[in-house]
Design a protein around this ligand. Structure first.
Ligand code: SAH
Length: 366
């Protein structure tokens, strides 16, 4: 390999891909297990430290491969213990991850795309537009880098990962699936399928495909009990309406013990009436689901407001009376813009959405 040829970043490979790569180089496939352990369990990015590999193999690897995660360029701590990291990618794009410690667990919320193309009206990431999909290394690298940092600082290790940061994970299918394979791999992060959750706005064909390759936990961003309102809040609904999405979710969770998490952002006067709660309960009648009510997190120039505490409690009580397990998600990290829907990163908007929005705001005058 010539010096100017790009090295293979081993962080892009899950176990199957890495075993195949080693085999292709005339090495035993179990090298993949050894190398995965060094990278993901020991946080090693230097081949010289991989002492159970021969010197010759280490030299060989150094010549053709590298181990590289996105670089942390900012680290913010909230008064409630939540932390947010800004990562810089090789092309200068920036993405965010959020760490949420609780007494019994610590959750890392990671991004799957630079920006998001779905344009949900209540989400600040949407305002930034969409740039590109993240590579597997850029997805798992968020976990890799944060895990290293937490152990240095003696903080509670990550027990749960949620793909609820920037982006729509099902629109970056292959790389997201590889990353979740690594999260669950015994030679990498060894998280159980209950502790890895993918949140989607409901890309129906991809949801069906997901069911074929994995059984990680699923969360659906529903946000409205009828198609008219949902299409306004989540434009993807025009393509995949509620009935189809819920059917695909029902198939995904099956009839075992698994349950779908339904996310429902509470927007004052928009989707938070008792009547809408009853309609939601009716929708969820025949599906094993629990509901997470998310108090809306405001961002500059949004037209939405957060429902009052009393309204959210009343909505929750209606669901409870219908026998639906419902919790109100605690707002965490909002003092550092780390709460749901507040992640913005920093990147060039290839969809030029910001410009379009500005034109719309001026009544299309120019
Ligand atoms: N695209 C995926 C994952 C990213 S969003 C999805 O749609 O599920 C993660 C969650 O935060 C979603 O449920 C999303 O609807 C919610 N969210 C977005 N903006 C929000 C805001 N301003 N306040 C509260 N929740 C928000």
């Amino acid at each position: 390999m010539g010096a100017d040829e790009e090295k293979l970043n081993l962080m892009n490979l899950d176990r199957a891909a890495m075993a195949a790569w080693f085999e292709g180089r005339g090495e035993k496939p179990f090298r993949a297990q050894q190398v995965l352990k060094w990278i993901h369990q020991h946080g090693i990015d230097d081949f010289d430290a991989m002492t159970n590999l021969s010197k010759a193999l280490r030299e060989d690897l150094k010549a053709v491969a590298e181990i590289r995660a996105p670089r942390i360029v900012a680290d913010q701590g909230s008064s409630d213990g939540t932390r947010k990291w800004l990562f810089e990618l090789d092309d200068g794009n920036r993405i965010e991850s959020v760490y949420i410690p609780e007494p019994e667990r610590a959750t890392l919320c990671i991004s799957s795309q630079v920006g998001c193309a779905l344009n949900c009206s209540f989400c600040s990431t949407a305002r930034q537009g969409f740039n590109r999909n993240l590579l597997t290394a850029e997805i798992i690298g968020q976990l890799w880098a944060v895990k290293r940092l937490l152990s240095q600082d003696n903080l509670r290790p990550i027990s749960n990962v949620v793909l609820m940061g920037m982006g729509e994970p099902l629109l970056n299918f292959d790389n997201v699936v590889s990353a979740t394979e690594l999260m669950q791999d015994d030679f990498a992060y060894a998280l159980s399928k209950r502790r890895v959750t993918l949140s989607t706005a409901g890309v129906v064909p991809a949801l069906r495909q997901l069911a074929e390759v994995t059984d990680i936990s699923l969360a659906l961003s529903l946000h409205a009990p009828d198609d008219g309102l949902r299409s306004r809040l989540v434009p993807l609904n025009q393509k995949y309406p509620i009935g189809e999405v819920l059917q695909a979710c029902r198939e995904y969770v099956g009839d075992g013990r698994r349950r779908l998490t339904v996310e429902y952002v509470m927007l004052e006067g928009v989707n938070d009436s008792d009547e809408q709660a009853r309609a939601l309960a009716k929708l969820l009648q025949h599906i094993r689901a629990k509901v997470n009510l998310i108090p809306f997190n405001p961002f500059p120039a949004t037209v939405f407001r957060r429902s009052s505490r009393e309204r959210i409690d009343s909505f929750r009580d209606v669901l409870h009376r219908s026998g639906i397990v419902t919790i109100t998600r605690k707002t965490r990290g909002d003092d550092i813009d780390a709460a749901c829907g507040q992640l913005a990163g920093d990147f060039k908007d290839r969809t030029r959405r910001r410009k379009r929005l500005a034109v719309e705001a001026n009544g299309g005058a120019n």
